[in-house]
Design a protein around this ligand. Structure first.
Ligand SMILES: *[C@@H]1O[C@H](CO)[C@@H](O)[C@H](O)[C@H]1NC(C)=O
Ligand SMILES: *[C@@H]1O[C@H](CO)[C@@H](O)[C@H](O)[C@H]1NC(C)=O
Length: 187
């Protein structure tokens, strides 16, 4: 009898654990698709490996990002926050442009959190180094392929899109700038 009870309790515990990890693994699914439009002539600055929308191609859009933890996995990309840079319009948080020598980033829509992290600093870590950087913009995962986004596809949902100053601060050699696995946390 005792034996049966403990097996039952054990199974319950297993079920509970499976349920809990299922909740933790709850994935952020696309909220729909955007159909690519061809950038008008002279639009979509392709410097720094910026991607341009392709006519008719379907791009996933997201309003969520993976859950934030004390060490959230992300992909670091390179962005210019200056006027005429590949970042499109001024930054969402303050409607201003920012020098690429400043430690500034844009976050994917879910992490940008409707501006909830605006002008707060986050800590970004990679290669055993860390830097702080200020959130000034949204890397829009829910829109793209339009003039506001310089005819670039919507952002992935796990992006920290950073100025060159951030790449420098992390000690990444300039030839390797563009794509790097990092972790970040609220500073
Ligand atoms: C490309 O990146 C470099 C280094 O960050 C920057 O100086 C330049 O302005 C960028 N170009 C564009 C068009 O964003
Ligand atoms: C973020 O960091 C910058 C530069 O170090 C600092 O000037 C600013 O006050 C910080 N912002 C917050 C909200 O802590």
């Amino acid at each position: 009898m005792k034996y049966t009870v403990s097996i039952g309790a054990y199974l319950l515990l297993l079920l509970f654990a499976a349920h809990a990890s299922g909740a933790r693994l709850q994935v952020c699914k696309p909220s729909g698709k955007i159909r690519g439009k061809k950038p008008p002539p002279g639009k979509c600055n392709q410097e720094n490996d910026s991607d341009c929308c392709k006519e008719g191609k379907l791009y996933d859009k997201y309003t969520c990002s993976p859950p934030v933890s004390g060490s959230t996995n992300a992909v670091l990309t390179l962005n210019s926050f200056e006027k005429g840079g590949d970042g499109g319009g001024p930054s969402e948080c303050d409607k201003k442009y920012h020098s690429d020598d400043k430690l500034v980033v844009a976050l994917s829509t879910g992490w940008y959190s409707g501006g909830g992290r605006c002008l707060n600093n986050i800590t970004i870590s990679a290669n055993g180094r860390s830097t702080s950087a200020m959130v000034v913009d949204e890397c829009d995962s829910s829109k793209g392929c339009d003039a506001d986004h310089d005819y670039q596809p919507p952002c992935a949902n796990n992006i920290v899109d950073a100025s060159k100053a951030v790449w420098k601060a992390l000690g990444v050699p300039e030839n390797d700038w563009g794509w790097l696995h990092v972790t970040w946390s609220n500073a």
